[in-house]
Design a protein. Structure first.
Length: 305
């Protein structure tokens, strides 16, 4: 008897597009569970600002990698790859289809394809870049990255200083753009992948982002950030929704200015996410409301063999 094919149904798209609702409906339709590949939803201390599924949503379908780690842990794409592959091996003992969803392109790439090996870097360069970050701030390093590697600049989460530094230390150590090292060969996986992209008209997406930010503020995001002030410098908190409110708490900007910055930075992040995902020719794009078409497409791809 031939071995039964296993499938990962990967649902991606920009923040606020509607991935959570769509993926839960798909999971219930295909009687399976969900692996979150959202690099911020891993952290149990960050709830409101990461737009995690609600308790009601989590009760409808089992999710993995939600509240699975502490902000005091470093959860790299490589670590996620290893942990998620091990989990998939277990899940596929019970089912033939598992859903993976998120907006963190690098983490999804790590799981589905593997990450290319990176060159050794000069430790002195790393120290120098971190010192420069403390002295002059992230904007100076972002400008350096834009000049040295514009391709990666428009893909990376620019709000994460460690990712910016990682790229610059490779560039300075090798003399080559960081993006050239990220195009390694795909590693074999014991499953097939069906890729779904979700998108909305830009004005509709931006309106949803603005409404989501207002709801986060109303739900108590400022108090959540205040409770994390002792960990302000932790890498996980150098992200949209948290860094702006830390600036407000530190007296640099008003609350109204912080909220507008969160909206602006979230819209810019969504634009970078779309830039990343649109380069993947294997993605088949749908509006989130087109559930019937999405289900039919998945069924056709998983029944081909």
């Amino acid at each position: 008897m031939p071995e039964i094919e296993k499938y990962v149904i990967c649902v991606v798209g920009p923040t606020a597009v509607g991935k959570t609702k769509t993926t839960i409906e798909l999971a219930r339709k295909f009687q399976t569970e969900i692996i979150s590949a959202d690099s911020r939803q891993f952290f149990k201390e960050m709830d409101i600002g990461t737009a995690k599924p609600t308790m009601s949503e989590l009760s409808r379908v089992r999710h993995y990698f939600i509240n699975s780690h502490s902000i005091l842990e470093e959860v790299s794409a490589g670590r996620f790859e290893k942990e998620a592959l091990k989990l998939l091996d277990t899940l596929f003992k019970l089912r033939t289809v598992v859903l993976v969803t998120g907006g963190s392109g690098l983490y999804i790439k790590a799981l589905l394809e593997g990450l290319p090996s990176m060159p050794a870097v000069d430790g002195e360069v790393r120290i120098e870049l971190n010192q420069k970050l403390k002295r002059e701030g992230i904007e100076v390093l972002k400008a350096e990255l834009l000049e040295a590697d514009p391709e990666y600049y428009f893909q990376v989460d620019l709000s994460n200083p460690q990712r910016v530094i990682r790229a610059l230390e490779v560039i300075k150590s090798t003399g080559k753009p960081f993006s050239t090292f990220r195009k390694g060969e795909r590693r074999p996986r014991p499953f097939k992948v069906v890729k779904i992209g979700l998108e909305r008209p830009r004005d509709q997406l931006y309106d949803r982002i603005n409404q989501r930010v207002d709801k986060m503020i109303g739900d108590g995001l400022l108090d959540e950030v205040k409770s994390l002030t002792s960990h302000e410098k932790v890498t996980a908190l150098q992200t949209v929704g948290y860094k702006e409110l830390f600036r407000h708490i530190n007296g640099e900007i008003t609350l109204e200015e912080a909220v507008e910055l969160i909206k602006l930075n979230t819209r810019m992040y969504a634009k970078r996410q779309l830039t990343w995902f649109k380069k993947d020719n294997e993605l088949h794009w749908f509006h989130p409301d087109d559930k019937k078409d999405i289900v039919q497409y998945i069924a056709s791809k998983t029944q081909e063999n």
